[in-house]
Design a protein around this ligand. Structure first.
Ligand SMILES: [Zn+2]
Length: 148
């Protein structure tokens, strides 16, 4: 899978790059509304998005150790943002501030950062919000929303 451009970065990459086998599986699994993590065989650390090297003990994590998470998680920290990067070194003010959160998904040792919809606070339970049309791409996972 190649990525032409990722708008969240403060620059525009004018080339294609390969996300690697593990991240490709991570994104492709979005087509089935699945979120994969990599569980280290040696120490049990479970990292999402999955990595080929364990961030805790630096062991290699093979593809056989990809595990599916439920997608449900808990907000560990959050911040309100008023603008987003435009990918050209500037920024665009948002019409309405958004919440960005560090979310610990059930079964994961690490947190992921994502936009959260609803009245979120530390400790809120959240679940993924998927795009109407899912294609196995990063854009399939729109955000997380607070579970009522
Ligand atoms: Zn490990």
């Amino acid at each position: 899978m190649g990525v032409d451009r990722y708008s969240g970065l403060p620059f525009v990459a004018r080339f294609r790059w390969n996300v690697g086998k593990t991240m490709e599986k991570f994104y492709r699994s979005f087509a089935e509304k699945k979120i994969l993590a990599a569980r280290c065989e040696k120490c049990g650390y479970t990292v999402v998005p999955p990595r080929q090297i364990c961030p805790k003990c630096y062991s290699t994590i093979s593809e056989e150790n990809l595990v599916e998470l439920s997608g449900k998680g808990v907000v560990e920290s959050l911040t309100e943002v008023a603008f987003k990067l435009d990918g050209k070194g500037g920024y665009i003010w948002l019409e309405k501030p958004e919440l960005l959160a560090a979310i610990r998904l059930e079964g994961a040792s690490s947190t992921i950062f994502a936009r959260v919809e609803g009245e979120a606070k530390v400790g809120s339970e959240v679940e993924p919000v998927w795009a109407e049309k899912i294609e196995g791409k990063p854009s399939d996972l729109i955000s997380f929303k607070v579970v009522e």
